[in-house]
Design a protein around this ligand. Structure first.
Ligand code: C5P
Length: 405
């Protein structure tokens, strides 16, 4: 399955760089073409000569090499691969990826790449556990970067704990899975809504809710990772835009509905936004003043139900329309009723009762309700929920599962 696939391997500075040499061998013996970039720090651990010999290709190290730029160019270097693998991925390189730096060839190629990225981190256990590293990882993973490891065990620094780079064969398996999955939804178009909506009261005030957009953004990232042409219509959130996804920013429910309709036709629509149920009927064009005597009375009007209107469209109804139901009690029963009322195909019912930490948190407790019944999913991270949902969508749309995933 790796025959003639093109891997761009970025080797950063870490004692585990010696394992990258074996990774190159394993990839080459499976027929993959491996082109390597080494950071300056990596050259302290393995030599460009070893890397070039094993990859049977030129090794790229310098952003400013006139010869390299005229022969290849860093943009082509990043685009000509099917997959970018960073192994080892040091704390420093992960931090530079999170910040979007382009201060050497490795980070420039990563920034210019539109291909899936897999990282195999390795570092001292305290560096790994440091909130800065964990925040950087969360940032790049939210953008769609995949990660393998690190594992636990004895580290080169003599300490024992989390920080060992995954073994070369484990990385090969992860590469095979990503490449097998990457094209599964290649012919499909997906629409995802995410985040809250903001309904203006006047030019400076609005009605909104606590939705973080984490689940919706993760779903868009997961669908894009399977190759779907994905549009994410999102209310205001702090979440980074997922890689390979076209983001349409909106504020109000009315704007969200119009943006969704403009994206049709699609094969699948996943409505994960927390759309405000009401808007202020007549938002004023000027800031409301306190000195008008009595406090203002806001008359509310009902917002359009985006999920229901997409699910009830005629010719251009998506083949699969999926809604969410945030519930605090009778989670499944309410979701079942909501599915019928809105006429969507699946509802992901999530328990948002106090203590579940679903709103704004990283975990989600989900039941999938469809015409056949209910499926209870274990408590998972929002990213895991997104991956599982994307997998189910691919199966439903008749795209068969790759071997080994
Ligand atoms: O009716 P309720 O808000 O509980 O339904 C939740 C589901 O409906 C979510 O999928 C949400 O994105 C969608 N929804 C919508 N437009 C609305 C209200 C909810 O698309 N106005």
């Amino acid at each position: 399955m790796l025959q003639d696939r093109r891997i761009l391997l970025i080797i950063s500075g870490g004692i585990a760089a010696y394992k990258s040499l074996e990774l190159i061998r394993r990839l080459r013996e499976r027929g993959a073409a491996v082109r390597c970039i080494m950071t300056a720090a990596a050259e302290h651990f393995v030599t460009p000569l070893s890397v070039a010999s094993l990859s049977e290709d030129k090794v790229y190290t310098d952003l400013w090499s006139l010869t390299d730029e005229s022969e290849m160019g860093h943009i082509r270097l990043s685009r000509e691969a099917d997959l970018v693998v960073v192994a080892p991925a040091s704390a420093d390189l992960i931090a530079r990826m999170a910040t979007g730096l382009a201060d050497d060839l490795a980070t420039t190629a990563l920034l210019a790449s539109d291909k899936p990225v897999l990282i195999a981190p390795t570092m001292n256990l305290m560096m790994w556990a440091h909130p800065a590293t964990q925040a950087n990882l969360a940032t790049i993973e939210a953008r769609g970067v995949k990660r393998i490891g690190p594992g636990s065990g004895e580290l080169a620094c003599g300490e024992v704990g989390s920080g060992r780079m995954a073994e070369p064969l484990e990385i090969v398996v992860a590469i095979e899975r990503i490449l097998a999955g990457a094209a599964r939804l290649a012919e499909k178009r997906a629409l995802v809504t995410s985040g809250p909506t903001r309904e203006p009261i006047d030019p400076v005030r609005y009605i909104s809710n606590h939705s973080s957009g984490k689940q919706g953004h993760a779903i868009a990232a997961a669908l894009a990772a399977l190759g779907a042409d994905t549009v994410l219509v999102s209310g205001p959130t702090q979440e980074p835009s997922p890689a390979g996804v076209r983001v349409v920013p909106v504020e109000t429910a009315a704007e969200m509905l119009a943006a969704c309709e403009a994206v049709l036709p699609v094969d699948v629509a996943v409505m994960a936004a927390a759309v405000a149920d009401w808007r202020v009927e007549t938002a004023t064009g000027h800031k409301l003043k306190k000195d008008i005597g009595a406090p203002p009375v806001l008359r509310l009007a009902e917002n359009p139900d985006i999920l229901a209107s997409i699910a009830q469209r005629g010719n251009d109804r998506p083949a699969l329309v999926i809604g969410f139901a945030a519930e605090t009690e009778n989670v499944v029963e309410n979701a079942r009723r909501k599915r019928l009322r809105k006429q969507c195909d699946w509802i992901l019912a999530n328990d948002v009762s106090p203590g579940t930490d679903t709103f704004g948190g990283d975990r989600n407790t989900v039941h999938l309700v469809d015409a056949d019944g209910i499926e209870a999913w274990p408590v998972m991270t929002k990213r895991e929920v997104a991956d599982r949902l994307a997998e189910r969508i691919a199966q439903h749309l008749g795209v068969s599962c790759p071997r080994g995933s």
